[in-house]
Design a protein around this ligand. Structure first.
Ligand code: HGY
Ligand code: MN
Ligand code: MN
Length: 456
């Protein structure tokens, strides 16, 4: 299908697709381990249920489905040439604890709609077609990654890291809060840890990876715009930190004798804020914080906390971590405490491929309907040639997939920039525009691919 033919589709078709996406986001939100809230972590019974549902929806648009050894749900629409590489489209279906309903999920469901539209399966035919083929020289594969958030085992991007072939066998020993290891959880889920290498894809099997996601920040909302091209994804490190002091009687221990681990950890959390807020595009967050033994009448002898540290550039992020470490040495030294840390996640910054940034920009431009080219609600500058480009401080599966193929991303506005929270939102209209832009981006890539393959 050419981009021109796709552009001829009525806006109502994209709205219909967006309605289906929104309804399915609601349906997936009901699959949760915490009634009344949305929590769906890696290798849980809820993970199995959403994979089954996603597979059904994938088959409905002609995708051939399978679950890989990392619990990722995949759906393939092969090219006519069985040896042709595939363009991967997708996002993740796992959530943080007490999540919103769109983070990750909306990108998977939009990818399914894009595959439907690019085959002109406009009316959602409920029939599997084993002979369906991609309209491009490359196949299309929808990926619903199993673990992007790292909510259960601390290490994020487990699903996409397996696909990227960057799996580290040490991860099998990671434990969740109940002491269940990743290996035990995988076995219980019905996966064979010995087959994890089979989830890996080779670079020559892929044309690239495209993902649509809500912005998870306030930029588009503040600018009154719907869509943006992503230029890069922040580099990230995550740490579990432990402060050791001495637990003693809350009444009988004078201040000069106290070695209060909670106060040391509290001062550390404030130091993280002070150090990071003085930098450009470096963000540090202490999101978990616990005191032990956790009694009202005992000076805390131990404290544990987490640190999520992100930056636009790896070197800058690492220099800030060194600065935080030196500050922790000083704080704990003054308070006669000890501290140590374990790094549980480390992902470098990912720069989106220029070609995929270009096709996403083209997609956003093409998503303009006639007569609305100067509508600021679609393109902030009002100039169709100039879609907004944003850096993503939030992490995404592309950070892992970038090890083996080019990555491109499309952001949709989320009102007030609220995410990782039940109030997370995206409008039907922005999802409709996003579906159109993503489909147009794929069509532009198809044309580009054809011309470069033909030329070679
Ligand atoms: O934490 C993140 O940035 C992502 O939403 N998992
Ligand atoms: Mn998230
Ligand atoms: Mn996400």
């Amino acid at each position: 299908m050419t981009a021109a033919r796709l552009s001829a589709l009525e806006p109502a078709i994209f709205e219909l697709a967006a309605r289906r996406v929104m309804a399915r986001c609601d349906e997936l939100a009901r699959i949760t381990s915490t009634p009344g809230a949305i929590t769906r972590v890696h290798l849980s019974p809820e993970h199995a249920r959403v994979n089954r549902l996603a597979a059904e929806w994938m088959r409905e648009v002609g995708l051939q489905t399978r679950q890989d050894a990392a619990g990722n749900q995949l759906g393939l629409l092969p090219a006519a040439d069985p040896d042709a590489p595939v363009l991967m489209l997708g996002s993740h279906l796992d959530t943080v604890v007490n999540a919103g309903r769109y983070d990750g999920v909306v990108g998977v469901l939009m990818a399914i709609e894009v595959v439907r539209l690019l085959q002109r399966r406009v009316d959602s035919p409920a029939r599997a077609d084993a002979n369906a083929r991609s309209p491009f020289d490359f196949g299309m594969e929808v990926a619903a990654f199993s673990d992007e958030e790292g909510a259960r085992f601390g290490k994020a991007l487990l699903g996409s890291s397996a696909v990227a072939g960057t799996w580290d066998d040490a991860w099998w020993e990671l434990e969740d809060s109940d002491g269940t290891t990743l290996r035990e959880a995988a076995l219980e889920f019905g996966l064979d840890p010995g087959r994890i290498a089979g989830a890996a894809r080779r670079p020559d099997e892929l044309v690239g990876y495209l993902e649509a996601h809500i912005e998870q920040g306030p930029e588009l909302h503040a600018r009154g715009e719907s869509l943006a091209v992503v230029s890069s994804i922040a580099s990230a490190r995550r740490f579990q930190l432990v402060v050791e002091g001495e637990a003693r009687h809350a009444g009988g221990t004078p201040y000069d004798m106290r070695r209060d681990a909670l106060l040391g950890a509290s001062e550390a959390a404030l130091a993280v804020e002070r150090i990071c807020s003085a930098q450009h595009h470096i963000i540090g967050t202490v999101g978990q914080f616990e005191a032990f033994p956790g009694a009202m009448n005992v000076v805390p002898g131990e404290a544990k906390f987490s640190l999520d540290l992100r930056g636009e550039f790896d070197g800058e992020r690492d220099r800030v971590w060194d600065q935080i470490s030196r500050e922790l040495d000083a704080i704990m030294g003054r308070r006669r405490l000890r501290w140590h840390t374990r790094e549980v996640h480390n992902a470098p910054a990912l720069f989106c491929a220029p070609l995929l940034q270009d096709v996403v920009s083209e997609g956003i431009r093409s998503s303009l309907v006639p007569g609305r080219a100067a509508d600021r609600s679609i393109l902030g500058s009002g100039r169709p040639e100039d879609p907004t480009t944003l850096f993503s401080p939030a992490g995404h599966d592309g950070m892992a997939i970038g090890a083996i193929t080019d990555v491109g991303m499309l952001f949709m506005r989320n009102p007030d920039g609220v995410s990782h929270h039940p109030d997370e939102a995206v409008s039907l209209g922005d999802v409709a525009l996003g579906i159109r832009a993503l489909a147009e981006a794929v069509a532009h890539l198809g044309a580009e691919h054809r011309s470069t393959q033909g030329a070679s």
